[in-house]
Design a protein around this ligand. Structure first.
Ligand SMILES: CC(C)=CCNc1ncnc2c1ncn2[C@@H]1O[C@H](COP(=O)(O)O)[C@@H](O)[C@H]1O
Length: 296
């Protein structure tokens, strides 16, 4: 039996999340931020690998053999209407039959459903974000931190006073300004996700899309379209494609989904090809002497 996709372990080590410094009016935005945080930490495992099945049955067999040695396993004999002890041969027959039953008779979907209820596996993705505990930023960072993953907040020195950003969980990276913040956030991440947000979120999102278009990085960019919040932005982008301002291949840079689970799953699949040749991000234009290579 072919077990595709044997593991759900993520290919991403760190994801950068852009989101509102406000919580938004609907509770669904806040729920989505928490759900995204949890999704980075853990996901339901949907598959057993062959080696795992074999281990489970070995353990099952060992358990039955132990019980059989103790003589605690009794078999109901309908002919004599009495219980008799379970022999080693019976143990082997039962183990063989149950294994065959599991692998050949039970439907794959049923096995998967059972397994997805029973098992959880870590995604183990760390978070990079704008720092602070205000708005959706606070909710997503707290969820990742609570899940035991590393959180890196990148904050410009001028925003560091707590009354502006609130208490930050995890590691704080102080940077000179907003430009350096975006470069640092991008450099330390393997993918980007935008939750609902305002000007700041839009600016950060559009910048990483533009960088992908220019070939500065080829990291996936996801839009968490909670309750259709970004529908009008997506329509506008489609209009720009129609009118010839955005190329159809550059349109593919944005991957969107209504839930965190679907979005992270979509991002795991290689999505956009490098739209332009790879460049190194020269930040001299912003007054830095250092060259940032965003490809990590
Ligand atoms: C001075 C002031 C109003 C500070 C508010 N406090 C903030 N602290 C940290 N990052 C922020 C703050 N406001 C906006 N940002 C940045 O802009 C994004 C959110 O902006 P917005 O709420 O979508 O538009 C965040 O990802 C973050 O990178």
């Amino acid at each position: 039996m072919e077990m595709e996709n044997e593991t759900q372990q993520s290919k991403f080590r760190r994801i950068c999340v852009f989101c509102g410094s406000s919580q938004g009016k609907k509770s669904s935005y806040q729920d989505a931020a928490i759900e995204l945080g949890r999704e980075l930490v853990v996901c339901k495992k949907l598959w057993f690998s062959r080696s795992e099945i074999s281990i489970i049955f070995q353990l099952f067999l060992m358990h039955i053999q132990e019980e059989e040695k103790k003589g605690t396993i009794l078999l109901w004999n309908p002919i004599t209407s009495s219980y008799s002890k379970f022999g080693t041969f019976s143990v082997q027959i039962i183990s063989f039959l149950s294994l065959t039953f599991f692998l050949l008779v039970l439907k794959k979907s049923l096995i998967l459903r059972l397994v997805s209820i029973l098992l959880q596996v870590s995604r183990n993705i760390d978070l990079v974000y704008g720092g602070g505990s205000i708005g959706l930023m606070g909710l997503v960072s707290q969820a990742v931190h609570d899940g035991g993953r590393h959180v890196i907040g990148v904050i410009p020195k001028t925003l560091m006073p707590r009354e502006l950003t609130g208490e930050t969980v995890g590691e704080v990276k102080a940077v000179a300004d907003m430009h350096q913040r975006k470069a640092e956030m991008a450099k330390h991440s393997d993918a980007f996700i935008a939750l609902p947000g305002g000007y700041g979120t839009l600016e950060e999102l559009l910048e990483v899309i533009t960088w992908a278009q220019l070939g500065i990085h080829d990291k996936p960019v996801g839009l968490l379209n909670v309750d259709g919040y970004y529908n009008s932005l997506l329509s506008f982008i489609d209009k720009a494609v129609e009118e010839g301002f955005i190329s159809p291949s550059a349109r593919q840079i944005i991957v969107s989904a209504p839930t965190a689970k679907e979005l992270v799953k979509k991002l795991e699949v290689p999505c956009h090809e490098s739209v332009a040749s790879k460049l190194s991000w020269e930040t001299e234009q912003f007054g830095y002497s250092k060259t940032y290579d965003l490809s990590r």
